[in-house]
Design a protein around this ligand. Sequence first.
Ligand code: NAD
Length: 302
Amino acid sequence: MNKVVLIGCGNVGMSYAYSIINSDSKVDELVIIDVNVDKAKGEAMDLMHASSCSKRKINIKAGDYTDCDDADIICISAGRNQDVGETRMDLIEKNYNVFKSIISEINKTKFNGIYLIATNPLDVMTYVTLRLSNFPAYKVIGSGTTLDTARLRFLISEQLEMNPKNIHAYVIGEHGDSEMIPWSVARIGLNSVDKYLNKSTKNKMLKDVRNSAYEIIKKKGNTAYGIGMCLKNITEAIFNNSNTIFTLSTYIDKFKCCVGYPVIVNRSGVRGYTELNLTSEEHSEFNKSLDTIKSIIKQIKF
Ligand code: NAD
């Protein structure tokens, strides 16, 4: 029995839930918790009806924190979203308080599974979860730059008319304005990216990836489908014990921080990270991004 508890059934949470019931993610039970209890109940009912059309039987319900006892994954997407023009870092105060209340409830339960964090500012909230839960680092996973990586692969695949699965390019660092692309280690098939993309195209792609959320939020108020699918893929990798590489945010000792970096994920959580051979320029860009996250974390009074 693979059980997921979803906390926060807004746009992101429900896109994740809907992706799960449309996939083969091996989720047997999905419990939805939200401070807005009626919303959780309504979403659960709607999803239950949809699941009767899905390939696998999934038990769905609105629940409470006692459901966390035997959960394998708790996905937290509760908290405030960005308003037009706001950065992800602007959300810290409100979302820290939301996490304090949620994790103190989970700490009262027997939960011993994997935390999967989606709330922004992502890397900071992943670190907050680590600190407040006292869980080992390999069990606290933030979605990191998986969405940004998906956006980058989409852009490259459109430009080159190639399947995104053959594009081995990553966005790393903060899930936010300082994120960066280590182009020197990116590959299209087995070839260096430089064979296909010039400097100005690469610069434009980084700019477009960084601006995606601002652009979408300006037009429709939130972003949801992309992150919903990424969270579903991470869940699938955990339950399939697939040892898949994602640019998740996890605490990496050598960086002394939670940051988006390519890590290997399986049934136990994060198995380890993959070493990247960055150029000195990329190295300093990555370090700048790391410092951005650390400077916000420093301001939190735990
Ligand atoms: P939303 O406003 O639609 O949903 C938030 C939900 O959280 C609401 O249903 C609200 O009732 C619930 N909530 C608030 N406080 C709670 C509490 N204490 N306990 C339980 N539930 C609580 O917001 P959204 O669009 O779903 O975004 C959620 C978060 O995900 C935001 O922080 C957003 O910035 C972030 N996000 C992350 C990514 C990513 O790549 N990681 C992508 C998009 C959005």
